[in-house]
Design a protein around this ligand. Structure first.
Ligand code: PGA
Length: 249
């Protein structure tokens, strides 16, 4: 079902103590029940954060996972490790992973396959560089990112797929895509899901936006008809900002 989702990507921030106090602040907010709230802490805090949120309706996601079951992959984390901590959601394909850690559509396809086989729900990120947008190639770029990964999945896998549109030029830069640019891309994504699968399926998928969402712009973006929420980086580290963004959705 198409659902409102607000996910906080903490990236590589916060000590255990800082994360626990941020969580405590979040738990003091009375978030609306009809919005799915997901927090994605660093790996080392997945267990801690999940335990702390056990009795709440806030869910936990990993920021990445490897496609192998186990083995000689220093510094990596497997789907079974995530699951053993009680975590069943993973962000995949974040542009920072693609840019700094050389993740490709090919390696992401492996990760998508693994996650789906392991019954892990994914928040799959796609997004174009400023040069793609300036050359008018942004729609094609997103289409290819989807075609090489999640579009290789059968329709039934889409129960476990959330798409996050995150234009790279808007991530952590303070520059947000305009509500019109966001709506245009989300509609494009929904339309190609419809072409590849069916309109019913496309209408059931949550497509969220990420890139410098803050309390002051959240409402304008979230009120677009094909926007189902957001993936929030910087502003998810401040409980008041995150709560204001949830309440704007
Ligand atoms: P930002 O990050 O909100 O800090 O731009 C978004 C993201 O990377 O998911």
């Amino acid at each position: 079902m198409r659902q409102k989702i607000i996910a906080g990507n903490w990236k590589m921030n916060n000590s255990n103590t800082e994360s626990l106090s941020l969580l405590q602040e979040l738990l003091n907010f009375n978030f609306p029940k009809d919005i799915r709230i997901i927090i994605s802490p660093p790996y080392t805090q997945l267990g801690l954060v999940n335990e702390k949120l056990e009795k709440s309706n806030i869910e936990v996601a990993s920021q990445n996972m490897h496609f192998a079951d186990n083995g000689a992959y220093t510094g990596e984390i497997s789907s079974s490790m995530i699951k053993s901590l009680g975590v069943f959601i993973s962000i995949l394909g974040h542009s920072e992973r693609r840019t700094y850690f050389n993740e490709t559509d090919e390696s992401l396809k492996e990760k998508v396959d693994k996650a789906i086989n392991e019954n892990i729900e994914i928040i799959f990120c796609v997004g174009e560089k400023l040069s793609d947008r300036n050359s008018g190639n942004h729609f094609e770029h997103i289409k290819i990112q989807l075609e090489k990964t999640v579009f290789l999945q059968p329709a039934e896998s889409w129960k476990k797929i959330i798409i996050a549109y995150e234009p790279i030029w808007a991530i952590g830069t303070g520059e947000t895509a305009s509500p019109k640019q966001v709506q245009e891309m989300h509609l494009f994504i929904r339309n190609i899901i419809s072409e590849n699968y069916s309109k019913t399926l496309a209408d059931s998928i949550s497509i969220i936006y990420g890139g410098s969402v803050k309390p002051s712009n959240a409402n304008d973006i979230f009120s677009q008809s094909d926007v189902d929420g957001g993936l929030i980086g910087g502003a998810s580290l401040k409980s008041k900002d995150f709560a204001a963004i949830v309440n704007a959705s």
